[in-house]
Design a protein around this ligand. Structure first.
Ligand code: FES
Length: 152
């Protein structure tokens, strides 16, 4: 049994092989692997006895799922209205240049994935940049450089 089939077996079994829990099962597997590979989706299809097309449809429909590998560190720039007004588009350009990746992409060394998100619920802190789970309010360029240098 491979690592993937074991993980899928545990996730599917955790929900008593309930087909209605497909989304939750995929969420659990994404949190384990960081993304949903073709192998994971095929394994879910077989173990849950759901057509593979249905599994792919669900996985590709919801924005919460990633069908491509993600970097070890996720950088999220809030593009909600309050943050936009406070300069998040310029901040996104700066970060994109610093990391040399476009929004939605992952660096070649798999170190960073740059994402944009809508309102993180802390508008007064805007513009907000989240690196992994750390929220940064109005980070300056030197602060960002320090953060990106610190994370491995
Ligand atoms: S708009 Fe960015 S936190 Fe609300």
């Amino acid at each position: 049994m491979t690592k993937i089939s074991r993980a899928v077996s545990k996730a599917v079994g955790g929900y008593n092989r309930d087909k209605d829990m497909l989304i939750q099962i995929l969420l659990d597997l994404q949190s384990i692997f960081g993304w949903l590979s073709g192998e994971v989706l095929t394994e879910v299809s077989e173990q849950l006895e759901v057509p593979v097309t249905q599994v792919y449809q669900v996985a590709s429909y919801y924005k919460a799922f990633s069908l491509t590998p993600k970097g070890r560190h996720i950088v999220k720039v809030c593009m909600g209205t309050a943050c936009q007004v406070r300069g998040s588009p310029q901040l996104l350009d700066i970060i994109s240049a610093m990391l040399d990746i476009k929004p939605g992409k992952t660096s070649d060394d798999m170190r960073f994935t740059l994402e944009t998100v809508n309102c993180l619920g802390c508008c007064a802190m805007g513009p907000v940049v989240v690196v992994d789970d750390a929220y940064n309010s109005k980070p300056s360029t030197p602060t960002l450089k320090k953060i990106f240098k610190t994370v491995k």
